[in-house]
Design a protein around this ligand. Structure first.
Ligand code: ATP
Length: 214
């Protein structure tokens, strides 16, 4: 039984099918039993999410109610500091031990900007990167140097992710969903429907909480 455990960070303002469906497909492909959603803390000097941290977590709960693959870890929201993924992974690595295979899930857009992440070179010593496709984004890295880094670490079978604690990049063959939280917020602001972009339970919560109005 594999112990590969994956984490999926995001602002989730709100969570939508572009998050859920590719990750469900990824889980099938590589044999993930659990994916932990990690809602991030947005530091005060950055544009704030429209929903509060509490509301973003409430929406995650609505979304995963009938999806046992997922659970939620709110540790990044409990800190005052920015959510450095590398720091969260260090904490998880300390808790889980050196041998536990850990994956961190990102979309293709995040892979393309990875070189801007805090201490990005340390990420692969802590986890595997599991990358979901996202329509509208390049499939090649912007520089030769980053492309070489990607090629050097790319895993070719899911077993590689289960048999080592960290160090590989898996480019998953996931279905494309042209959905963003930005588009959902914009649709809501202009009174347009968001049906089919996110789970009904999340839409019901958004309605009840009066989020993304006018
Ligand atoms: P916003 O529009 O507010 O910037 P978003 O929809 O991009 O938000 P985030 O919460 O910022 O969502 O994204 C969290 C993670 O999910 C990121 O790694 C991002 O690449 C990935 N992601 C978001 N939307 C998609 C999508 N449609 N397909 C694949 N990956 C996605």
């Amino acid at each position: 039984m594999s112990k590969l455990h994956a984490l999926f960070g995001g602002t989730f303002d709100p969570i939508h099918y572009g998050h859920l469906r590719p990750v469900e497909a990824l889980a099938q492909q590589v044999g993930l039993k659990k994916v932990t959603l990690l809602p991030n803390n947005v530091p005060p000097h950055r544009p704030q999410p429209e929903a509060s941290a509490q509301q973003r977590v409430a929406m995650l709960r609505c979304a995963i109610g009938d999806r046992p693959l997922f659970d939620i870890d709110t540790r990044e929201l409990e800190r005052e500091t920015p959510s450095w993924t590398v720091a969260t992974l260090e904490a998880l690595r300390a808790e889980r031990g050196a041998e536990q295979p850990l994956g961190f899930i990102i979309g293709q857009d995040s892979l393309l900007t990875l070189a801007k992440w805090h201490r990005w070179q340390d990420l692969l010593s802590l986890c595997h990167l599991l990358v979901c496709q996202r329509p509208g984004y390049a499939t090649q890295m912007e520089t030769d140097e980053m492309q070489q880094w990607l090629d050097a670490h790319r895993a070719h079978t899911p077993q590689q992710l289960h048999h080592s604690p960290a160090g590989h990049i898996w480019l998953a063959d996931t279905p494309l969903f042209d959905i963003s939280a930005t588009e959902i917020r914009q649709r809501r602001h202009s009174g347009r429907s968001c049906a089919d972009l996110l789970p009904d339970a999340v839409i019901d919560y958004i309605d009840r909480a009066g989020l993304y109005r006018g």
